[in-house]
Every structure is written in C-alpha cells, then in structure tokens.
Design a protein around this ligand. Structure first.
Ligand SMILES: NC(=O)c1ccc[n+]([C@@H]2O[C@H](COP(=O)([O-])OP(=O)(O)OC[C@H]3O[C@@H](n4cnc5c(N)ncnc54)[C@H](O)[C@@H]3O)[C@@H](O)[C@H]2O)c1
Length: 396
C-alpha cells in the first residue's frame, strides 16, 4: 500500500468559517494526510480567491460540483481520497451524495443533514456503494471517551441505571443573529439548520456521547424544546427525558442561553456498582466513584492495569494509545486528529480493496448520523404534543 499522504478536498471553509480550522490542523498533525483542494465558498469568484489566500497551496474550485467532476480525470497523484464537508447543515446532503457516487470517501460535519429523509438516502447509498463515511462527532476522539466506553461496556460500573448527558453553552443568550454574526445566522434558520436549533447543533453531540460511551440506545422519549430569546424561530433550550434500551433512564439536554457556559459537554453515568463523570472542558481525566471509597481520577496516558478497578487484561491498545506522554495536555484538536487518523486507516484499506471497519468504534458513522436525525424528529413530535412519550423509529 502506498505511503503517500492522503489527498483531501474541502467543501466550505472560506471567509471567516469556523470548524474548518480545527479540522485542517488535525488533518496535518501526522503528516500522512493533507488538504490539496477546496470549493471554499458559495460564490465562485470568492471561492477561487479564498483558495489563493489559503495558507499553503491548494487547488481552488468554483464549486463542489466542479471539484468532484474534476476528480474523475485528475492524474492519480492528484485524485482526492476523501472530501471534508464543513458547510452549514443544508449543504451536507448534496456534496456527500455526489462524492459517494463519484467514488470519493466522505468525512462530513454533524448533524448529518437536514432531515430523516435525507439521512435514509445517505445511509442506503453508502451501504450500496460501500464507501467509507465518517461523521465529525469530535468528542468521540478524546482518549477519555474511548476509555470511558471500555469502562462502561466491559461492565465495570455494573448495570447502567441513569445517564445525564449534556451540552451547555451561553453564546446565543441574546439575539446575536440580528448582528449578522456568521455562525449564529444560519444556526437559527430552519431552512439552513434543520427542524431543531440547539438540539440539532449540540443536543446531537450529547446524544452521541451517551450512545458511544454506554452502547445503549434511546427507545422512547419525552421532549421539551423551548425558545427563550424572543423572535427566534428554533429552540435554544432542549431537554429530553429518555428511556434506554437496557431499561435505564437518561436526560439528554442542551442549551445555548446559559450565560457563562462555554462548551460544557459532559456525561455522568450511574451504574449499579459505581459512577463515571467526564467533562470535555477537562478532557484528559475521568472520575470514577465507587461506594465507600475515595474517588479515583484516571488521566490520559497514566493508567495502570490491575489497580483494583481497571482489570489486568484491559486492552493494551487503550493503555498505550496516547500520542504524547501524560501531562502534556491533549484537547479539541487532538480529538479531531484521532478521528481523522482512524478514518485514514479505513480509507487506505478501502483503496487497497480490503475490508474496512467503519463500525462506530473509533468515529461516528453515517448510521449514527441517521440516529441523530431520528432523535431530533422524534423530539420535535413529542415536544409538539407537550412532551408526550414518543417511540424512536426502528434503526435503519
Ligand atoms: N464537530 C464540531 O464540534 C462542530 C463544531 C462547530 C460546527 N460544526 C458543524 O460544522 C458545520 C459548519 O459550521 P461552522 O460553524 O464552521 O459554519 P461557518 O458558517 O463558520 O462555515 C461554513 C462555511 O461553509 C461555506 N459554504 C456555505 N455554503 C457553501 C457552498 N455551497 N459551497 C461551498 N462553501 C459553502 C461558508 O461560506 C463558510 O465558509 C455545521 O454543520 C456545524 O454543525 C461542528
């Protein structure tokens, strides 16, 4: 298999864009992937200009249609290995679909798309064409998320009774969209964001964290979608009481009106033998609480197997995986890099004609994106009926 760095094409990312920048740092972190092309802006002239202004040479395209079409006849060394979609939610479906049909793997920002109908199409197409597809649920890329998943799913906390998974922000506590602020403007517009504002934007992260770490699904829910800022069309406060597939209960909650809260994503998991507490604003540590014992704090890179809680046979892959020694802090960019690193592995296998995993153990999948949309649509139905208990649809 070739050791040449993988070629990545951007969809979106020009003129004051946000999330493209953490991605581009993460992509270049290992030297084994690189951004080589981009359709960076909806206006074709600006798109080319923005590509010229990119901090290192990339090939600019007037549109993602042009970039995907050009790939068919590009020389092998210039062909794209995957595209990264970093546009607002309403520009996810079309480029993802076109890229898959052109034989290009897809790394797409969350939420997957605007609604469940689009999500159905994307899942079916990715399965039919067997194209690797990753969804950018950043926080799964923290080593602590992976280790928490091991702790919970190997039964070390006993039966899971209760989960509180939350993402609390304060940046939309006033009508920021009225100032024209780029990131706020499209997030509160149903045509560009989807049926839920806060829920679609960050409630889906809280849901994904719950599902990834516990391996449990939401089966039924009672939702309250609320809008505190006057005149806003979508919810800015999202509170969902959930029944879980093992009979446990959970709260999945998100808010964008809590002044002072920044990116307070966290999860508390209460099992019959103990509890786990994790917050992404302190992403290197996991706290474990066991009955009648002092709390234990596990730091990335500093876990000893056989310590009385973590068993001797804990997977070596998890114990040795850290990229830099404990105490040199990892954070947001490193989480993104871990997702791209795992996806790169699958894309390389796919290109070599081998079986690839894409199984949700190292990054979120197109199916996880479908579940996010199914959750949002079920929440909208329940909330419209004043929080009536409403069943989630059967997994696709
Ligand atoms: N994973 C995370 O932690 C995380 C964090 C923030 C945002 N996001 C997601 O990333 C996506 C982008 O969010 P953002 O905050 O970076 O938005 P943004 O507004 O900062 O950037 C969007 C970019 O897309 C470009 N764009 C729009 N339509 C286009 C088109 N047709 N062709 C080419 N470019 C086009 C815009 O010009 C802009 O450059 C959203 O789906 C959002 O939900 C994810």
């Amino acid at each position: 298999m070739s050791n040449k760095p993988l070629n990545i094409g951007l969809v979106g990312g020009g003129k004051g864009a946000f999330i493209v920048h953490p991605h581009q740092k993460a992509i270049h972190m290992d030297g084994t992937r690189r951004i080589v092309a981009g359709a960076l802006f909806p206006d074709p002239v600006v798109a080319l200009e923005e590509a010229k202004n990119w901090p290192y040479p990339i090939k600019g395209y007037t549109s993602y249609d042009e970039m995907i079409a050009a790939n068919a006849t590009a020389p092998p060394e210039e062909k794209l290995d995957y595209i990264l979609i970093v546009t607002p939610n309403f520009v996810h479906y079309d480029p993802a679909m076109k890229a898959m049909k052109a034989g290009i793997a897809v790394f797409c920002e969350k939420p997957l798309c605007l609604n469940l109908k689009e999500a159905n199409d994307l899942v079916k197409t990715s399965r039919k064409l067997n194209v690797p597809f990753a969804l950018a649920h950043t926080y799964l890329g923290h080593w602590t998320s992976r280790f928490s998943r091991y702790i919970v799913q190997s039964g070390l906390l006993g039966d899971i009774r209760w989960v509180d998974s939350y993402y609390i922000q304060g940046w939309l506590a006033s009508k920021l969209e009225a100032t024209g602020q780029q990131q706020a403007a499209w997030r509160v517009d149903p045509k560009r964001a989807g049926g839920s504002g806060c829920g679609g934007d960050i409630g889906t992260h809280a849901l994904m964290q719950l599902r990834y770490v516990t391996g449990l699904d939401v089966t039924e829910l009672s939702a309250q979608l609320e809008t505190f800022v006057e005149g806003r069309m979508l919810d800015d406060h999202f509170t969902i009481y959930c029944k879980l597939s093992n009979g446990g209960k959970a709260l999945v909650r998100a808010s964008q009106i809590c002044i002072g809260s920044k990116n307070d994503l966290g999860i508390t998991i209460a099992g019959s033998k103990g509890s786990l507490i994790w917050r992404q604003e302190e992403p290197e540590k996991i706290t474990i609480c066991l009955p009648n014992q002092p709390d234990r704090v596990y730091w990335r890179g500093a876990v000893q197997a056989g310590d009385g809680f973590i068993p001797k046979n804990a997977p070596a892959e998890l114990l040795t995986e850290p990229t830099i020694p404990a105490g040199h802090p990892e954070a947001f960019h490193d989480a993104f890099a871990r997702l791209h690193r795992a996806f790169e592995g699958d894309v390389r296998k796919w290109k070599a004609g081998k079986k690839f995993a894409c199984d949700g153990s190292k990054y979120a999948t197109v199916e996880d994106g479908w579940t996010g949309l199914a959750f949002i649509e079920t929440c909208l139905k329940s909330s419209a009926k004043k929080g009536a208990w409403t069943k989630m649809p059967k997994p696709i």
